[in-house]
Write a protein that binds this ligand. Structure first.
Ligand code: SF4
Ligand code: SF4
Length: 298
């Protein structure tokens, strides 16, 4: 079983559309949508949800008004400004759920044991069927944190399904950027495919993301989307990627069929003869060759 994580230094590079195509080409992989803060792979893969579970990423504090004497100790000790002072004499404090970091200090110091500190539900995760194979995905609540923990959970479930059903590939749609959820989506993967575009910001973000992947000693490959809109910049990106130890294994032409495919909620490889479908198939074959040669120790 091989696990491939697809990431991009920034949003809007066409990463999710490419992931949908790889999923369609991989012949029944497990797909994990690790972009839990802004999941959108479901828009292309039309999953049918089979199982829903709550996700608890931490604890949060809640004042029980009947027990609170209004001493103000919680207000004094909270370093995150999450305890809100009211106007009344008694039971005058409450907790701002959005600002609460779940450290538990207020609960520890409350002399009346008037602050509950319990696991809270931050989101949900799902196991679904898609026309291309099983999918694990999630939805994090608005302003909720711990997305790295949720990514780890989604990947763990995807691996369990792949092992149970003896499936050959896990394809992770990673989040943009270089933060904690990205790290959670790349660590331990067999390879990382970085999707970029030939723009100044694409070039800059690519450098940061290659550095991150190299730090974890994971083989990194690059795919330049819409490479022909600025061939000079594509050449620069190819050179920079090579110098950083990440080979460019795909160059996808700009193609209006991509928009047509999005409208029809299909991966563009469904339009077999379109320029981008041809390029994406070639990129996928290159990835497979790389994974195979790694297996053989080449
Ligand atoms: S520390 Fe406890 S008793 Fe004091 S104001 Fe806060 S919740 Fe109320
Ligand atoms: S749990 Fe921590 S962050 Fe939340 S209200 Fe209490 S002291 Fe503040």
């Amino acid at each position: 079983m091989k696990e491939i994580t697809v990431i991009s230094g920034k949003g809007g590079t066409g990463k999710t559309s490419l992931v949908a195509c790889l999923v369609a080409l991989a012949e029944r992989p497990v797909v994990a949508d690790c972009d839990v803060d802004a999941a959108d792979l479901h828009l292309v893969l039309s999953p049918e949800i089979k199982k829903t579970e709550d996700f608890s990423g931490g604890k949060s504090a809640k004042i029980i008004p009947e027990k609170c004497t209004g001493c103000g100790k919680c207000y004094e000790v909270c370093r995150f400004g999450a305890v809100v002072k009211g106007q009344k004499e008694r039971a005058a404090y409450s907790i701002d759920h959005i600002a609460c970091e779940g450290c538990g200090v207020c609960s520890y110091f409350c002399p009346e044991k008037a602050i509950e500190f319990k696991p809270c539900v931050n989101g949900q995760w799902f196991i679904s069927d898609t026309p291309y194979g099983p999918m694990v995905h999630a939805r994090l609540g608005i302003a909720e944190e711990n997305s790295g923990k949720l990514v780890t959970l989604v990947r763990g479930q995807a691996r369990a399904i792949a092992e149970r059903d003896n499936l050959n590939y896990i394809i992770n749609d990673g989040p943009p950027g270089i933060g904690c959820p990205v790290i959670a989506s790349v660590t331990g993967a067999d390879c990382v495919l970085i999707v970029t575009e030939p723009t100044v910001s694409g070039e800059h973000d690519l450098e940061r993301v290659i550095e991150l992947v190299r730090h974890f000693r994971i083989p990194a490959y690059v795919c330049i989307n819409k490479f022909d809109i600025n061939t000079g910049m594509s050449e620069r990106i190819t050179k920079k990627a090579r110098e950083s130890g990440a080979e460019v294994i795909g160059r996808i032409r700009y193609d209006r069929t991509v928009t047509e495919a999005q409208i029809k909620k299909l991966p563009v490889v469904a339009f077999k003869e379109s320029p981008s479908a041809i390029d994406i198939r070639e990129a996928w074959e290159n990835i497979l060759k790389k994974i195979d040669s790694k297996n053989k120790g080449v």
